[in-house]
Design a protein around this ligand. Structure first.
Ligand code: SF4
Length: 470
């Protein structure tokens, strides 16, 4: 188990953030640094996507068809420095931040993945998880493919390479590959002097398109466009491929399933609140979830607090709707990173205190509503409740801004077995007793879906009700 798994033992982890830029604004513009402008902008955008993965970071650039890259384990500022960015010259770039759900969190498994194919080189960065990789891997191995990593991204790269060799066309190879792979995949690819964005036909992971003057950008979330002062154009549609090159931009709707489903957890937990995904504001979704929660599960209390950071907006919504004052009862230590030394089993209880602390003066003697975004395993929630009790809270009412997580996720989130999910084998009352709260209330699914005002895509709600889009 990794350090952050210990400290956030019940949390879900997103597996990646991706970014790509086709830089078309010359060498002497405001972004300076001439030929490294694409790499620099990618570096800044990866900072904005850091919440989507902290295990490794990487950037690949294309300079007249030649690809160079750098990737390493760690956060973006740990993996990169100015000298490294200055060595990455090219007019297009892709970048990746990774949380490893398949394949270990090592430098070899870091992305972008750079491979050679007949007549060229390709760099590829992937957010998602394929569900039919064992069949595909077997077929490719029978055709002579050799795999060096345990990541399903390598399977996609290998299939693309073979199909480019067969068809002599990157475009055709992508279309053919999309017919065979199933699961969640948002991709950015550098190949054949093109920047290509691909979103799987179910649209499970987000992907959007932006513009910075004459340059085009593809990113996991709109907050990455904001970070480089680019303008949002639109979301890339499920099953759509966007190809950007010197001649301009081409859109292809390659495959439709009739059953689109963006992961609803993007709104509950993964995405940054300042992002807008498929037409819905993440901030507004969380705020409305808090308001809805107060309607569904009212309680008399002195103070509403949120579990930092992802539940703070929902706690504000709960406070507004209920009229109970909002405060900060828990503090999060922002400096506990991936280099934190893993505690022994017996020290794990204490390790939560390194990550969080209760503010005694705020909670002492009070009846507290604490809002969290979800309960997966329940371990951290129990420790937080205990921490608030120790700080003198008189009553603790746990309110969860999503329904109980009862089913595993096969689409790239690290909760792949039912045994890990406390709500799949315990009633709400049993969970309340287990975490030591005075009451518990979960937002129902209908209420959660209502919070996604303006959403233009169907939803995957699989982990709440077992209804997966594929
Ligand atoms: S099962 Fe849950 S976490 Fe997985 S993609 Fe669907 S909504 Fe997201």
């Amino acid at each position: 188990m990794k350090d952050k798994d210990i400290l956030l033992a019940e949390k879900k982890e997103e597996e990646c953030g991706i970014f790509g830029i086709y830089y078309n604004d010359g060498c002497d513009d405001a972004h300076g640094e001439g030929a490294t402008a694409a790499a620099r902008l990618t570096y800044y955008a990866l900072y904005a996507l850091q919440h989507r993965g902290q295990d490794s970071a990487g950037i690949a650039v294309c300079n007249n068809g030649e690809i160079s890259y750098y990737k390493d384990v760690g956060l973006v500022p740990e993996a990169f420095n100015d000298a490294i960015i200055s060595s990455l010259s090219g007019d297009s770039a892709i970048g990746h931040v990774r949380y490893s759900t398949t394949g270990a969190g090592t430098a070899e498994n870091a992305q972008p993945l750079v491979v050679k194919y007949m007549g060229g080189q390709m760099a590829l960065a992937h957010n998602g998880n394929l569900v039919n990789i064992s069949n595909i891997k077997k077929r490719l191995e029978e055709k002579g493919a050799i795999f060096h990593t345990s990541s399903d991204t390598e399977i996609i790269a290998s299939m693309l390479s073979m199909k480019i060799a067969e068809s002599k066309s990157v475009k055709k190879a992508i279309i053919e590959t999309m017919k065979e792979i199933e699961g969640a995949y948002s991709l950015v690819i550098l190949a054949d002097k093109k920047l290509i964005g691909v979103r799987d036909p179910w649209g499970i992971r987000p992907l959007c398109l932006g513009r910075l003057k004459n340059s085009y950008i593809i990113a996991s979330e709109s907050c990455a466009l904001d970070a480089v002062e680019a303008e949002f154009i639109r979301d890339i549609a499920p099953g759509e491929v966007v190809i950007i090159e010197d001649n301009g931009i081409e859109y292809m709707q390659v495959k439709s399933t009739g059953r689109e489903g963006i992961c609803i957890f993007e709104f509950v937990y993964f995405a940054r609140p300042d992002s807008v995904i498929d037409g819905a504001s993440v901030y507004m979704a969380r705020y409305e979830a808090g308001r809805q929660l107060a309607e569904e599960h009212p309680v008399r209390a002195d103070l509403v607090i949120g579990a930092p950071d992802s539940a703070l907006v929902s706690a504000l919504g709960y406070s507004t709707q209920s009229g109970i004052p909002y405060g900060q009862g828990l503090l999060k230590n922002r400096y506990v990173g991936r280099t934190f030394i893993q505690p022994e089993q017996r020290q794990r209880e204490a390790s939560v205190s390194i990550k969080f602390n209760a503010i005694k003066s705020e909670v002492d003697g009070k009846s507290i509503v604490i809002v969290d975004d979800s309960i997966v395993r329940g371990t951290t929630t129990r420790r937080i409740v205990k921490m608030l009790r120790n700080a003198g809270a008189r009553e603790i009412h746990m309110r969860i801004s999503s329904p109980p997580v009862k089913f595993p996720c096969f689409l790239g989130i690290a909760m792949s077995s039912k045994e890990q999910l406390v709500a799949s084998y315990h009633s709400r009352e049993e969970i309340r007793e287990m975490i030591g709260a005075d009451s518990i209330g979960f937002l129902n699914l209908e209420g959660l879906v209502k919070t996604l005002k303006g959403i233009k895509c169907g939803l995957c709600t699989g982990c709440f009700n077992g209804d997966y889009p594929l």
